[in-house]
Write a protein that binds this ligand. Structure first.
Ligand code: PGA
Length: 253
């Protein structure tokens, strides 16, 4: 079906220029499968994007962690999609739960951002995921479907979208979803795309898992049929990120 394994590193709000240089040189020295097997995208804070882009190996790419919902102008503190395009930043992460929950980004706002970023030519890692309360209430699929619907309502071409399923209770907690829990939601999400978008989009869109992925759990998670890669937070700042990239090889077996 040709869904190339995708590994994203979300550095969040971390690092000094010195630390960022060290992470980049660690990445540049890593032995990883070829670009035919895995797509690697790292996402430093905005201020380090030019530095990382300049120094990072050419087979890895960069993503911003957010961008503005419309054309730039009088929006103090925002970074527009056009600015990312101007600096040749190919990817952007949108709808991360840390923005949905802490900054109050609604499904509709995230959907608008995804549509705007795609229209400017960016590729988007669109994040969805339920809180612990929502999971315990049995509403996981409802929540994830509503988040995805707000995107589907505004987007017709899915070829530049990667969906990151990130259960909020698994992010930064060390409490990773079990491979079965991840597979279940990924499979349901793919069925949702099939029923509500198209069979082709369901078959070709990569759905990656995020939430406490590390060097120890990545192979089993990556071996699940509907898990097409990862969005990695904490472990993306460490040498084990290279092992997580190598987990792409499980798909060959
Ligand atoms: P984590 O973060 O790997 O540190 O849990 C994942 C994410 O928030 O993208």
């Amino acid at each position: 079906m040709g869904r190339k394994f995708f590994v994203g590193g979300n550095w969040k709000c971390n690092g000094t220029a010195e630390e960022v240089k060290k992470i980049v040189s660690m990445l540049n020295g890593g032995q990883v499968p070829s670009q035919d097997v895995v797509e690697v995208v790292v996402s430093p804070p905005f201020v380090f994007l030019p530095l990382v882009k300049a120094e990072l190996r050419s087979d890895f790419h960069v993503a911003a962690q957010n961008c503005w919902v419309k054309k730039g102008g009088a929006y103090t503190g925002e970074i527009s999609a056009e600015m990312l395009v101007n600096l040749d930043i190919p990817w952007v992460i949108l709808g991360h739960s840390e923005r949905r929950l802490i900054l109050g980004e609604s499904n509709e706002f995230v959907g608008d951002k995804v549509a705007y970023a795609l229209a400017q030519g960016l590729k988007v890692i669109a994040c969805v995921g339920e809180t612990l309360e929502q999971r315990e209430a049995g509403t996981t699929m409802e929540v994830v479907a509503a988040q995805t619907k707000a995107i589907a309502d505004r987007v017709s071409d899915w070829s530049n979208v990667v969906i990151a399923y990130e259960p909020v209770w698994a992010i930064g907690t060390g409490k990773v979803a079990t491979p079965a829990q991840a597979q279940e939601v990924h499979c349901e999400l793919r069925k949702w795309l099939q029923a509500n978008v198209s069979a082709d989009v369901a078959a070709t869109t990569r759905i990656i898992y995020g939430g406490s992925v590390n060097g120890g759990n990545c192979k089993e998670l990556g071996g699940q049929p509907d898990v097409d890669g990862f969005l990695v937070g904490g472990a993306s700042l460490k040498p084990e990120f290279i092992d997580i990239i190598k987990a792409a090889e499980v798909k060959k077996a």
